[in-house]
Design a protein around this ligand. Structure first.
Ligand code: NAP
Length: 371
């Protein structure tokens, strides 16, 4: 008999939420503790019915976990009729969360530090693990190489709650800080995705490329085929999110395709392969595009511009923790397949990228100057 006093937390009986609440029990055992049997996690998702949320919900359910949602009941409220929906508002309306307890919370819908702080403070005693979805937009200087230790952007006025193109990143950085200070770094995961792509994307930023390719004809491609880009397929993000909950992985992770692995030329090949379209690419230099007013192409960045490192973010930490990126062609294929299922009024206008007229104008000018 081994006289060593073995200590373990009685999580099997009490639930990890109770452990997180400080209700831990110390027991001594004479025998080796048996491996804890698998049990489903009870997961709360703040959000869950937008773009990334449904993928996370489905992945968690597929693996046998239990999921509850908290949102206002405005977005796609009948998407998951079988799930418990706690209705409330992150802005001073968290009552529906009171009295509950969960193994983990996934915070998808936090943009305002006060909202995130309120939910983190309320949930810290009753959840074991808080996973906050942040963004690579938190980084302050996108012209220098970026890893998780790079400095984040700051705001002159930290009380602002207005989410704009300029404040979005620094506000998310403050949200991260608030979660960590309320819940503690040892129980917090922060995921910083780059452009999230795939079926269900409401921004059309990635979808622009295969959808535009599908319409054929001469198409403007920016920069060179060697220009780096990065994305994260929403399903890979969802898988990694659930992995982190299951493995209790904590810390901060950039969630991106591996740095240097995806180029504009590969995007073009993906788009051609999944659309079989009669598209003719014309590569237009970054210098020329810089001079065009009101001309914006999603995801691509000028490799010599002030955001030059935005698409070469180091994702090795997440890869080492188990993030797996599917082939980008699969993202293109499934995005197009999903796009074709959408109603005509949704696909009549694509939300990102130039109008066909603007694209034709810029191409015309490019040809004039490059005869
Ligand atoms: N898209 C990208 O490329 C990208 C890149 C990096 C990071 N991100 C991050 O990804 C997250 C966005 O993902 P998503 O929109 O797809 O999330 P989601 O979980 O799929 O959807 C947003 C959810 O939040 C709920 N919600 C919105 N405002 C609320 C409020 N005031 N109170 C309670 N619930 C509220 C919505 O439901 P109701 O309307 O019914 O309340 C909806 O369920 C954000 O954290 C964003 O910063 C996105």
């Amino acid at each position: 008999m081994n006289n060593t006093r073995r200590r373990f937390l009685k999580t099997g009986l009490m639930g990890s939420a109770a452990v997180a609440a400080g209700c831990t029990a110390e027991v001594s055992m004479d025998n080796e503790a048996a491996a804890e049997p698998w049990r489903p996690l009870r997961i709360l998702i703040l959000g869950g019915t937008g773009f990334i949320g449904p993928h996370m919900v489905r992945e968690a359910l597929r693996r046998g976990h239990e999921v509850e949602l908290f949102n206002r009941g405005r977005t796609d409220s009948d998407l998951f009729p079988d799930l418990k929906l706690l209705i409330g508002d992150r802005d001073n309306g968290l009552e529906a969360l009171e009295g509950g307890s969960w193994d983990a919370v996934v915070d998808n819908s936090g943009y305002v530090p006060r909202h995130v702080e309120d939910s983190a403070r309320l949930l810290a005693p009753v959840v074991a693990h808080y996973l906050y979805i942040s963004t690579i937009s938190v980084y302050g200087d996108l012209s220098k190489p970026i890893d998780e230790d790079s400095a984040v952007g700051t705001l002159q006025d930290e009380t602002t709650e207005e989410v704009t193109g300029e404040t979005y990143g620094p506000l998310k950085a403050l949200c991260e800080k608030r979660v960590i200070s309320e819940v503690g770094a040892g129980r917090t995961t922060v995921l910083r995705p780059t452009y999230i792509c795939g079926p269900g994307d409401r921004t059309d930023r990635y979808s622009y490329w295969p959808v535009r390719t599908m319409s054929g004809g001469e198409m403007l491609w920016p920069g060179t085929p060697e220009d780096d880009i990065q994305i994260i397929d929403v399903r890979d993000l969802a898988n990694f999110t659930v992995d982190c909950l299951e493995k209790k992985t904590t810390g901060v992770y950039n969630t991106v395709t591996p740095k240097g692995s995806f180029k504009m030329g590969s995007l073009l090949e993906d788009c051609m392969a999944v659309t079989a379209a009669n598209m003719v690419p014309t590569w237009v230099s970054a210098d020329f595009l810089k001079k065009q007013e009101s001309f914006y192409l999603p995801i691509w960045e000028d490799p010599t511009g002030e955001n030059s490192q935005l698409l070469t973010v180091d994702g090795s930490r997440a890869a080492a923790a188990g993030l797996k990126n599917r082939p980008t062609r699969e993202t293109a294929r499934d995005t197009i397949a999903w796009w074709k299922t959408l109603p005509a009024e949704r696909t009549a206008t694509i939300k990102a990228g130039p109008t066909p007229e603007k694209e034709a104008d810029v191409l015309g000018l490019w040809h004039e100057q490059n005869v």
